[in-house]
Every structure is written in structure tokens, then in C-alpha cells.
Design a protein around this ligand. Sequence first.
Ligand code: ATP
Length: 276
Amino acid sequence: MIVSKNTLKTQNALPKDIEKSFTSLLMQDIYHKVLQLAKLDSNILIIGEIGSGKKNIAKIIHQNSKRSTKPFYSFYCVDVNEDDYQDNFWGHLNFEERQLTLKYKALEQTQGGILYLDQFSELSPKYMLNILASIDKGINQLYRLDNTSSPRLILSFNQESYQDLTNSSIWEKLLVKLDPVVIMLPPLRERKEDIPILINNFIEEFKEQNEGYKNLNISPQALYNCFNYSWPGNIRQLKNAILQGAILSFGETIKSEHLPFTMNWDLPYKLNNNKI
Ligand SMILES: Nc1ncnc2c1ncn2[C@@H]1O[C@H](COP(=O)(O)OP(=O)(O)OP(=O)(O)O)[C@@H](O)[C@H]1O
């Protein structure tokens, strides 16, 4: 099953904390579906651009699942070499200071909770196949604990790598072995209605964290600039831009000049000014 705007139907009200994160119907609909999925125990693939909130969705699934009292363990799949893979994913017996110690594996640390394979699409095909083969053998056998420790898997995929992966033979294997539900997360530029509410939430968050930011706000022009920017780094980039604005405005009114200069490149007024 693929969750996207086309597969969604009208649902009941969302929990308040989620409702106040988004105004776009697109995201509200996706969250309705995500909350339903959380209650099932299927494996999940979350596909989206960098910084678009994949991990945030995975945590919401965890919080609303029957595994919520067990750990949410995240394994970062970028730049994983043989040693990282052995030590941090599977773990092994280790001889340290004359003692044989057990290095805990990602799987054991998950303890039957949710194992989030962060940016799984960046993992070397060799390790991807190794994980899939292990699932084939029966994931329980990977445990030193008992078979109630099987994790629910949530895999995140970067949009670009995902497109490459769909053309490879691994993709078929992955679908067959994991039988996952796929969540397609839209980039921020396709749900611009969410930008003002996200900015507002970030400002409130920074106000709470810093006593000196009691008066923090954003000017209409800066808000307009944010609304018109394409945000290739999505929510993370937006958050960082507002943080920079908060710092450069000394916790007062964030103006356009306080936002990262790179944003100016695709602002309409800048392009017009550059015309001769
Ligand atoms: N709904 C939201 N409201 C507020 N902040 C959010 C929301 N979703 C994500 N964020 C923030 O945006 C940043 C990026 O989110 P997250 O790590 O979930 O994205 P990602 O898609 O998993 O990133 P990556 O592609 O790097 O793995 C984090 O700082 C996170 O706290």
C-alpha cells in the first residue's frame, strides 16, 4: 500500500499536538493515515527529501503504536563501513581488558520496539542484502534474547536514492521480504501552507528555550521571503534559518536581512533588482 494524497479519505480530528504542526490538507491527510498505520504492526518505508520530517513521522508511529513502551532505536545508515556494520548493527563478542564482553547490537537494543533504519537507501547494497537475507532466515534468530524481541522496522529513504533503488534488483527483494507500507512525504515546497505555522512553532520553541528571546517575532516581509523560498533542505533548513534569524535579530524581530543570504537567490524582488 502507498500512502499519498491520492489514497486518502476524510478522517476524524487529529490529536492537538499534530494538528498544530500543519495547516495543509495534504499533511493532515497523511497524518490521519500514519496514525492508523501506527496501530498495525507492518513494516514501513518512509520516502522523502532530506530534512522533510521522515524521522519525526517514524517517532509519531512509535508513540502511537503498541510498541510505544519499548525503545525507538535509530541506526544511521550513511557512510557505514564493515567495522561500523559489524560493531553497531550486529555487535559481537569483544575481548577488552582481559574480559570477554558482549557488545550489544542495534537489534538487541531495540528490544522489541521500533528499529529505525535512518537513510537505509544510503547503505551499501552488500549490507542491504545481508539484512534482507537475515529477515529471510527469520529475524528472531539474530537475537540473543527471546523471540518476543523482533523489532518492527521503519526504513527511511531519500527521494533521489529511492528512485535509483527502484531500478535495482534489491528493490523487489525488499518489497517481498518486508512487505512494507510506503509513506511518501511531500517536500515543503509542495505544502507551503505549512510554512507560517512551522515558523510560528519554531519561534515559540526558541522563546521557551531562551529567556532573552521573549519578544522574538518575524516581520511580514521575512515571512513572505520564507514563503517564496523553495527550501531544498525542507523543515530542517527552515528551522535553521529561523534560528539564525533569532540570533542575528538578538531575539527581537526577524527581518529579511537576518535570514541566510543563500535564500536571496530565488526571491522575486532580488531577481528583478538584478535585471538591467
Ligand atoms: N512537524 C514538525 N514540526 C516541527 N519540526 C519538525 C517537524 N518535522 C520535522 N521537524 C524538524 O525538522 C528537522 C528534520 O526532521 P527529521 O529529522 O524528521 O527529517 P528527516 O527527513 O528524517 O531528515 P534526513 O533526511 O536528514 O534523515 C528536525 O530538526 C525535526 O525536529
